[in-house]
Design a protein around this ligand. Structure first.
Ligand code: ZN
Length: 492
């Protein structure tokens, strides 16, 4: 029996013998009624007997999972039944079930400058120098559309939590993060929105043009405001705020150091780009007289509060120090290949103790926001470095549990009792999967690119490969028009 308007049609069974009475006679009904209104009507859902499932290590989940409210309350072994009746049963006999994927690094606004001719074949520094003047023209409406487009694209790829690094606040776009919070709430996706910053313009030897940098007082006042207004704490948090100076070549030493102090005071996380290219390493040597990790340590960032985008150019000693400190790394393989930046030593970083997660990176350097395809890229890029015995499951765990750890979330990233009910379900009935045998491996090896169903906090946000409540053709039309308008305003 369907109890919610979002339960979906064909796969929900009624009056199933295994499920017990369709309407529970216990206190469950009363309990459902007392849930947060946003979760009301969800009740208990049994996602039964999946074709394959990636559960927490060592757990038999062949019987599926029971979701109640926003959490996983039971993980069932083969042949096991739920301990109490479930109002909704979803037969997952044609689904491979993963924990919701978690993206640890993005720049949503860059969906407006995908595959832009002048930078299609450029490396990082010239790529940035060409793009900064275009991005400086960004309007609130542009950012709203770009954020919605990027998050919808991520959702459709099985992603349930997305971190974004937004560091552009031109005149009129002072409320950039507020706009992103609204978009995340509308889509019902989890978001870690980082209040980015750039303080080192070309006048002072930095890379960004002077008109896109801000002063520290403005940055920190806005950071405080955002944390007080939006940052949720504890299990199940939907929106979180972190502090994110852009990179060593776009902020001053003072901005890095004071951001770390403020993050400690506000108890929020820290994010930046680090060791992406050799140009950056040379910049740090020239300007600070330090390699990147020494610089990071000198400004108080060598801690598990921080997660770093890319993390490519580290030597053995630096990997050991990052691992011992439990620093997070957002491995972004497509971007790193696209800009020819290098290969992150992800396996060694994780083995050393670092929290390795995956990021699609901004859409001007990927140029897509597809996280299940990013896990495939990570698997293959890491195999080029370490050999063919890097298993697909390891790449899937980078995209889930590893990413959760990088974002400091112990309530996400695994299928286990007590974890948040964030799930991604993939069908394998497409031609590309025909003839495959190891079904979890097939997701990556055969190139799964779209989830059939995605659940966030116990609610279905994608059903039948479509984002619930989103007019996708209208979004594509508006977003494409905004992209053309942005280039036109920039005069390019
Ligand atoms: Zn980035």
């Amino acid at each position: 029996m369907e109890t919610g308007d979002d339960a979906g049609p064909a796969v929900v069974e009624t009056g199933d013998d295994d499920a017990g009475p369709a309407v529970p006679k216990t206190g469950d009904a009363g309990r459902a009624a007392s849930l947060d209104p946003a979760r009301a009507g969800v009740g208990r859902t049994w996602i039964r007997n999946p074709l394959a499932i990636l559960a927490a290590e060592g757990l038999d989940a062949r019987g599926g999972v029971v979701v109640e409210g926003d959490r996983i309350t039971e993980v069932l072994g083969a042949g096991e039944q739920p301990a109490a009746p479930c109002e909704t049963v979803l037969d997952a006999a044609e689904h491979v079930v993963l924990p919701g994927l978690i993206n640890t690094h993005h720049h949503f606004y860059q969906t407006l400058t995908r595959a832009w001719t002048p930078v299609v074949s450029a490396e990082l520094f010239p790529w940035l120098v060409n793009l900064y003047p275009v991005w400086a023209q960004l309007t609130p409406r542009d950012l709203e559309l770009a954020t919605t487009a990027a998050m919808a694209e991520l959702l459709l790829s099985g992603c349930t939590t997305a971190a974004d690094h937004h560091y552009l606040f031109p005149g009129g776009l002072e409320d950039a993060i507020d706009i992103q919070v609204d978009a995340a709430r509308r889509l019902g996706m989890r978001a870690v929105l980082t209040r980015g910053s750039m303080t080192l313009g070309t006048d002072d030897g930095g890379l960004p043009p002077q008109d896109v940098v801000q002063d520290l007082d403005t940055i920190f006042a806005d950071s405080r405001r955002l944390v007080e207004l939006y940052h949720e704490r504890g299990p199940g948090a939907q929106v979180q705020i972190a502090l994110a100076p852009c990179s060593p070549f776009s902020v001053t030493r003072e901005a890095m150091r004071d951001s770390a102090v403020l993050a400690e005071e506000l108890d929020v996380r820290l994010h930046t780009h680090l060791a992406e290219t050799l140009d950056e390493e040379q910049f740090c040597l020239d300007r600070f007289g330090l390699r990147t990790v020494d610089y990071l340590e000198s400004v108080g960032w060598l801690s598990s509060r921080a997660w770093l985008a890319h993390g490519i150019h580290f030597d053995d000693g630096e990997i050991a120090r990052l691992g011992a400190a439990g620093v997070g790394i957002a491995h972004c393989p497509t971007s790193n290949m696209r800009l020819a930046s290098g290969t992150c030593r992800a396996v060694e970083l994780e083995d050393a103790g670092a929290a390795v997660g995956l990021g699609v990176d901004g859409s001007a350097s990927n140029d897509g926001s597809n996280l299940i395809l990013e896990a495939r890229q990570a698997l293959y890029l890491q195999r080029l470095r370490y050999g063919a015995d890097v298993p697909p499951e390891r790449a899937l765990r980078w995209a889930t549990a590893g990413s959760a750890r990088a974002l400091g979330r112990d309530d996400l990233g695994e299928i286990a009792v007590g974890r948040q009910a964030d799930l991604a379900l993939f069908r394998l009935d497409d031609l590309r999967f025909s003839g495959s045998h190891d079904l979890l491996a097939a997701l990556l090896l055969c190139g799964a690119d779209r989830a059939d169903r995605v659940m966030v906090a116990g609610r279905w946000r994608v059903v039948g490969g479509q984002v619930e409540g989103l007019d996708l053709p209208a979004l594509v039309a508006d977003h494409s028009a905004a992209a053309r308008g942005l280039l036109s305003r920039a005069g390019v």
